[in-house]
Structure formats: structure tokens, C-alpha cells
Design a protein around this ligand. Sequence first.
Ligand code: UGA
Length: 435
Amino acid sequence: MKLAFIGTGYVGLVSGVMMSHLGHHVICIDVDKSKINLLKEQKSPIFEPNLESYLLNCSNQGRIEFSHGYDNKLSEVDCVFITVGTPSMEDGGADLSYIYEAADKVAQHIRPECVVVIKSTVPPGTCQSVQNLLIKNGFKNSVVSNPEFLREGSAISDFLNPDRIVVGTSDQHSALIMEQIYLPLINQGIKLVFTDLITSELIKYASNSFLAAKIAFINEMADLCEIVGADVEVLSEAVGLDKRIGASFLKAGPGFGGSCFPKDILALQKLTMASKGQFLLLDALITANQTRADKMVQKIKAALSNNLKNKTIAILGLTYKAGTDDLRSSPSIPIIEGLKKEGANIIAYDPKALKNVSKYFGSLDCRNSSIDAISDADALVIITEWPEFKDLDLATAKKVMKGNVIVDLRNILNPERVISNGFEYHSIGRRKLTS
Ligand code: UGA
């Protein structure tokens, strides 16, 4: 089939490349010329493991092309996926202007029977209003909702092995086209859930909010573990072994970030308020995550005898999780801001994010390796769970650091190893070990 993707951000680029890998002919369109130029050279504008090799393969087989304008090629496609961003507005609601802009431009080029799919995360009711807009332009089908569940860092395997594919449509023709598009995955036994537009749109918010709630829950449980002297790692494993709960998304840490969870829970809260409903659990989860960074700052301050003035703190890891170069809504941003406000000097290192730092931190003293960053530091704080930090050479670290404090906000270090190398170890809810 011939498919088009409007927007080569995270969702659009990964889905476009992988649809091409499944055998479809794909055209990816983006208004950003520099991104399209990179892609034409088979280079990915984002870091995602293995994406570039799939891109190269599909390009070599002539099944993917890139364009920076809405051109006539759109009139040849069977289905257009709208995958533009829906960022938060100041009041927390989702900004849908890119969706409407894309739909408007798409309407000027597609055939009346082309299927239009919204893959971006959009509040319930959006697909219907896009459909109303398209109908005015002679469009004959219903718009389809097909939310995406890819995670950054594991997007390729998430695409190839999804837990389910969700399709919202009331139109038989569109349903058939969607089935054909996903046939290679359906043939592997992946379940396709058909539903109406509103339910499909809400499924995405429900999934992200529920996962965010699991994280917020285990984070607060970790705080309680610290108070009563329990161990959150064992607790999390044992709780997760209950099949009704499940082991994933129970890793305590500095709070969830990224371009999805924080934005989506706010949009769901806004939607609930606009419909005069109440979602108390969601309100609590938002507050829990928003106050997390300050708790982390207080934890680091307590580890340094309650005084951060003129202390040098080495931050290892800036991205919101490992496996990505993305700094959007990373907990590192408010944590570093809070530490600076307390008078600390910050020196940072991240294996992937350094090129994006100025956009999110203004001026931040960054080094090119962990050892460079921790030299002469009073404390070392791990914010992102990059595997290389797990294997940090602690004997060398002890020699080059001025102080002996390690605050591990991801619980990735081995506490015995840390202590036996002469450090004080502070974690998120692990049982305290002393030397
Ligand atoms: C999330 C969802 O997991 C995807 O299914 C969804 O498609 C995507 O949002 C989206 O809406 O586009 P992503 O933001 O890439 O994916 O990252 P996650 O792996 O879900 O992690 C989100 C945050 O939660 C990170 O800051 C991570 O460190 C944190 N987290 C995750 C924890 O603190 N503990 C955990 O146990 C799991």
C-alpha cells in the first residue's frame, strides 16, 4: 500500500520507517527542511537504536522517500497518517494547531477515498472535528484514530511486537484498509482492537496515565521505605510478581519525564475539568510527580550535611531515561535548577544529550566523560540509568573526587561495591547499608 506520514518527529519517523520495513511504500513529509535533508542522506535526526539501519535498508529498496512540502505525491496514497506534535499549552490543554494545519493541507491533495489516520495523541473529540473539517473539502471517509504506544529507546521492537493495535473507526472501508496495513503484525497474532473514535482516543490517555500512576505509586512507596527502613527494590519485585499488578513500570526513581507522560496527564486533567468531571487519582499523581524534583534536591542536600553552598555536584545523566537523547521534561532540569538555587556548582555529563543541552539548561558546565565530570566533586548524583554509570570505576572515582557522597537516584549501583570503595551511598528507598 502507499502510505504518507505527516510529521517526522518521533512517532512519525519511527512508524514511517517501520511501515516501509513491513513492505509498504512510504512518503514522509515535514515542513522542517533541515530534517528532510538529513533523512534524504539516510541520517536520522533523532537517536533511536537501530533506526538508521532500517532507514538505510528501506531507502536502498526504494520503499521510502522524504519531502518537505505537501506535494502532488499525496494524491497517490491510500492512507495518510497525521503524526505531528500536540504539545502542552500554558493551561495544560493539548495544542492541536499542528493537527488542524496538517489536516487542512492534506485535504488539498488527497483523493476523496484516501483514509486519514490520526496517530498523534489527541483529546477525545479531535478526530471527529478533523473529520468535519475534511468533509467540507469533499472527503468521503471517516477519520481513523490509531494511537501509538512506542517508547523512545525501544521503539523498533515496540513497533514490531506491540501488545495491541488500537483502531477507532465506524467506517467499514477504513477498517479494511487498516487491517491490510497491519496485516504482517496481525498474522503474527497481534490483537487489533476495533472501537469508536472517542474510546480509541481515550485509550491512549488511559494507558499513559495508568503507567504514570504506577511510577508515582512506587516512588512514594520508596519514600515510605526510607522512613520505615524497608527496601523498595525487593518490595517492587515481590509486588510485581503478582500477575494482577505486573512487574513493569515499578522502578522507583527521580520522577517520570519525557514528551508524553507529563503532557498527557495534564491534558487528561484539563479534559476532565472541561467536562465538569472529577479524577482525584489523576490530580494526586500530577502533584506527586511535580513535587518529586524538589524532594530529590532535598535528598541531595541532606546527603551533604544540609548545605549545598559552593558544593560541587557532578550530575551523571541528563536525559529523562536511558536510550534516548531527549531532554524534554527531564527530571534533571528542575533538579539542577533546584541545586543551583541552593548555591551548588553543577558539572554534568550525559553520553547522548550534550548537543541538546543549551536549549534546555542555558549555560551548564558539561564534560565529555563521567570521570571528567566527577573530578574534584563533593558529590556524584546519578539521574539517568545509562548502563555505563552502572559500571563506573569506583576506585578511580574515589581517587579523583574531593568528597565521598554518591546519590543514586535510579538505584543502579551495587551498594556493597559503593561502600567498599569508601563512599557514602544514598539511594531511592533501598535499605541503608553502612561500612
Ligand atoms: C511512553 C509510553 O511508555 C509509550 O507507550 C507511549 O507510546 C509514549 O509514552 C508516548 O505517549 O508516545 P516514553 O515517554 O518513551 O513512552 O518513555 P517510558 O519508557 O514510558 O518512560 C517515561 C518516564 O517514566 C521516564 O522518565 C522513565 O524514566 C520513567 N519510568 C519508567 C520510571 O521512573 N520508572 C519505571 O518503572 C518506568
